[in-house]
Design a protein around this ligand. Structure first.
Ligand code: ADP
Ligand code: AMP
Length: 216
């Protein structure tokens, strides 16, 4: 199973990807996570990307295409993958088409998670993750079962992203509408776009996604 999750920042792509990984035994390829790891490790890519990410702008297409192209060649991608946060521009989408064609691979689905902008600000500013395993939470919408303890790994350290502030969020939403939303008609024209209601509760969104992936 190979799929793209398409949606604005805060739509719930990472939250759903964590569930689909288990359901389909595939890997999550989050370009945001990869870039944050590069920033934390201080690699040349991380050094180039840091200020751009903090401002909420998009990192250059050549960096992203190179990163994904290397990553999908790794062994753990053989059974399939979920692209979370990539592609984000038409140039990236076209590069992905070429990349998959060269490997004789096809996409099973592109799933759009539709959420109004008004809801996204609260989703993003309330978001935090386990600093150890990366499990995602929200101040109101998704709290650990026992306060302060990660459901997944039992650790007690959590972190918030430096770009999850109101100012960067405005730029990120603008980048989505201007540069990423044109991918919707692009994939619609190819016939593999499915849309789910990203404003529904988390379990309902998962149900809609599985229905979209397993029609009939
Ligand atoms: P994305 O990866 O698309 O940027 P996330 O999956 O990180 O978004 O979700 C953003 C925040 O919203 C997280 O804190 C998450 O717990 C919360 N969230 C995700 N999906 C829903 C939902 N359907 N309803 C309410 N809150 C949600
Ligand atoms: P995300 O974790 O998906 O919200 O991404 C965080 C930030 O990483 C974005 O605001 C961009 O600066 C950068 N980024 C992630 N994926 C891409 C991409 N496909 N193209 C360009 N920039 C990206």
């Amino acid at each position: 199973m190979r799929m793209i999750l398409l949606g604005p920042p805060g739509a719930g792509k990472g939250t759903q990807a964590q569930r689909l990984v288990d359901a389909y035994n595939i890997v999550q390829l989050s370009t945001g996570d990869m870039l944050r790891a590069a920033v934390a490790a201080g690699t040349p890519i991380g050094q180039r990307a840091k200020a751009v990410m903090d401002a909420g702008d998009l990192v250059s297409d050549d960096i992203l295409v190179g990163m994904i192209s290397d990553r999908v060649n790794e062994d753990d991608c053989k059974n399939g993958f979920i692209l979370d946060g990539f592609p984000r521009t038409l140039a990236q989408a076209e590069a992905l088409e070429d990349m998959l064609a060269q490997k004789s691979l096809t996409l099973n689905a592109v799933i759009e998670m539709k959420v109004d902008d008004a809801l996204l600000i609260g989703r993003i500013t309330g978001r935090y993750t386990c600093a150890n395993c990366g499990a995602g939470y929200h101040d109101e919408n998704l709290q650990p079962k026992v306060a302060g303890i990660c459901d997944n790994c039992g650790r007690t350290d959590f972190s918030r992203r430096s770009d999850d502030n109101a100012e960067a969020v405005t730029t990120r939403l603008q980048a989505y509408h201007e540069q990423t939303a044109p991918l919707l008609p692009f994939y619609q024209a190819k016939g593999n776009l499915k849309t789910v209601d990203g404003m529904a509760d988390i379990d309902e969104v998962t149900r809609q996604m599985k229905a979209a992936l397993e029609p009939g």
